[in-house]
Ligand binder design. Structure first.
Ligand code: CP
Ligand code: NVA
Length: 327
């Protein structure tokens, strides 16, 4: 398998075999890291990390992974570069490609990262757009595979805003890997019809399936993975909070949902999560709407069924695999 020079913009661009190769590589890099075996195969190379939205996991994962591989990093924060304001994406791509061996981009529309990749002669990696979060998918797939020993046939239910980056990406990831994806939410938050149709066609080839339901009992009954994400994503206006809380509260992941899924079920979340009042926004929403938790209860988040911190660690091992394979 040779992925040298390839961009990593969305999982739709990759075959099941290529995704499996990246997961195997990540598992190997993780094993070596645990054993203290250095893999600094990319010494002397450098990568640029563009963040037009904030980040904890993705930024740290790229930085640590790059350093482990022997590469240098430059972090361009949401306000500290000329991008968009004084310099176009096309010009930025050609400037950075002259100095770096790879470019990570986190920002708004998918079209921006696609354009960056069109103009860059070095690989471009999508660190999250409004539409997709593909590096998160590799971490999630690795976590599920580590826990259940397989991906094919695994049933994953996503609750909450399924029409944004996480819902879209999980639907694609499940379709590609022969898994059974259910979006369990109110119909307004179902993924776009064209993407659903595309994923159904992929799933028909891999043995997976795509289901959309508003029924919590049916959608979460006897599933392996219950997944959720914040109800309001980065870049969305503050005004949407009240309608999201009203419309998505019936799709909160709580003990009733986990019990319905069964003992074997695990809970996953890309993080950050609103599961208590220990964050600025959590506290503000608590005061405004009289709630103490949002998309997931603290009980589920802190339960033995929760894999969220294993998942977060796997961001680093999988991002390392993407850089090692493509640079
Ligand atoms: N899951 C995730 O992408 O987290 P950050 O926003 O902290 O990078
Ligand atoms: N849907 C979330 C994911 C964060 C990792 C957001 O875009 O803010």
């Amino acid at each position: 398998m040779d992925l040298k020079g390839r961009d990593f913009l969305k999982l739709l661009d990759f075959t099941t075999e290529e995704i499996t190769y990246l997961l195997d590589l990540a598992a190997d890099l993780k094993d070596k890291k645990k054993k203290g075996i250095p893999v600094d195969t990319h010494r002397g190379k450098n990568v640029a990390l563009i963040f037009e939205k904030t980040s904890t996991r993705t930024r740290c994962a790229f930085e640590v992974a790059a350093h482990d591989l022997g590469m240098g990093t430059t972090y361009l924060d949401p306000s500290g570069s000329q991008i968009g304001k004084k310099e176009s994406i096309a010009d930025t791509a050609r400037v950075l490609a002259g100095m770096y061996e790879g470019i990570e981009y986190r920002g708004f529309e998918q079209e921006i990262v696609e354009e960056l990749a069109r103009y860059s002669k070095v690989p471009v990696w999508n660190g999250l757009t409004n539409e997709f979060h593909p590096t998160q998918m590799l971490a999630d797939l690795l976590t599920i595979r580590e826990h259940f020993g397989r991906l094919s046939g695994i049933k994953l239910t996503y609750m909450g805003d399924a029409r944004y980056n996480m819902g879209n990406s999980l639907m694609v990831a499940c379709a590609k890997m022969g898994m059974h994806f259910t979006a369990c939410t109110t119909a307004k938050y179902f993924p776009a019809q064209e993407l659903v149709a595309e994923c159904k066609a992929i799933a028909a080839q891999t043995g997976g399936s795509i289901t959309l339901t508003e029924d919590v009992k049916a959608g979460t009954g006897d599933v392996d993975v219950i997944y959720t994400d914040v109800w309001v994503s980065m870049g969305e206006p503050d005004e949407v909070w009240s309608e999201r809380i009203r419309e998505l509260s019936p799709y909160q992941v709580n003990k009733g949902v986990m019990d319905n899924a069964g003992e074997k079920a695990v809970f996953m979340h890309c993080l950050p999560a609103f599961h208590d009042l220990n964050t600025g926004i959590g506290k503000e929403m608590g005061e405004r709407f009289g709630i103490t938790e949002m998309e997931v209860t603290n009980e589920v988040f802190e339960s033995p069924q929760s894999l969220v911190f294993e998942e977060a660690e796997n961001r680093m091992h999988t991002i390392k695999a993407v850089m090692a394979a493509t640079v």
